[in-house]
Design a protein around this ligand. Structure first.
Ligand code: PXP
Length: 252
């Protein structure tokens, strides 16, 4: 049985990282987003961090105004970011944990611990018609809390799986994949739309793309890095092909 199509959201944060290394306007993340759309991205993802280390407020305004595909705004669950989301009304918001000293989003948002902060934001954004997703570890407790909060979408953090693949330890890879597979199935059983992302590459995307319940992958750092060698469009086209091939094989 053919599996449902798997969307690819392209995260353009690190185009802004390169731009900001020199100040100025080049390379422009909006231009990268347009190139990603032309290459077949189903959506664009951008993370407005509290320290504005890559994407800036003006980037969000331009992306909302000019993109053809949906924008998924990643942000910390804070009052400042909620006000920004309500002002710009992106198609989707993904709530992520944020520590200023971290290099990237290390681990999912613990929505059980931070329930009282996150639940009202989920409700407020949902009432405004924004599709809210919660970036969580693949765990039954986190999924149950997401369901109880009324979030329509969860995104499973694939960072531990990506690290396991880098380690080459087969048992560890199996354990991490098992957690992701179980969480995707449980999320779907609870009626949640399930996405996944973080640390995905040409080498590790296949096993994730083959998880039948997943509806979307969000991929950024690897694609922007690969774009140095092949161009962004070629990198996205190849990622899509790998995703589709893994899915076709899993559904055969
Ligand atoms: N999904 C979420 C929620 C993220 O925070 C990130 C990193 O910003 C990604 C996906 C993409 O991760 P990567 O840049 O490692 O592909």
């Amino acid at each position: 049985m053919a599996l449902r199509p798997l969307r690819l959201g392209v995260n353009i944060d690190h185009v802004a990282t390169i731009r900001n290394a020199r100040g100025g306007a080049h390379p422009d993340p909006l231009r990268a987003a347009r190139a990603a759309e032309a290459a077949g991205a189903d959506g664009i993802t951008a993370h407005l961090r509290e320290d504005r280390r890559h994407i800036a407020d003006d980037d969000i305004a331009r992306l909302v105004a000019e993109l053809e595909r949906p924008l998924n705004l990643e942000m910390a669950p804070t009052a400042e970011m909620t006000a920004i989301a309500l002002r710009h009304r992106p198609h989707a918001v993904c709530l992520v944990p944020e520590k200023r000293e971290e290099r990237t989003t290390e681990g999912g948002l613990d929505i059980a611990v931070h329930h009282n902060t996150v639940a009202p934001i989920v409700a407020e954004l949902g009432t405004a018609g924004i599709r809210v997703s919660l970036f969580i570890e693949p765990s039954g407790v986190q999924l149950a809390v997401a369901r109880a909060m009324g979030a329509p979408v969860v995104e499973l953090h694939t960072g531990s799986y990506a690290e396991a693949v880098l380690s080459g330890e087969r048992a560890r890879i199996g354990t991490e994949l098992g957690r992701l597979r179980e969480a995707a199935a449980e999320g779907a059983r609870l009626g949640l739309e399930v996405h996944a992302g973080h640390g995905l590459t040409f080498d590790n995307v296949g096993a994730i793309a083959a998880i039948p319940e997943l509806a979307e992958l969000n991929i950024g750092h690897f694609l922007v890095g690969e774009a140095i060698f092949t161009g962004l469009e070629a990198a996205i086209v190849r990622m899509r092909r790998l995703m589709e091939a893994a899915r076709a094989e899993a559904g055969a």
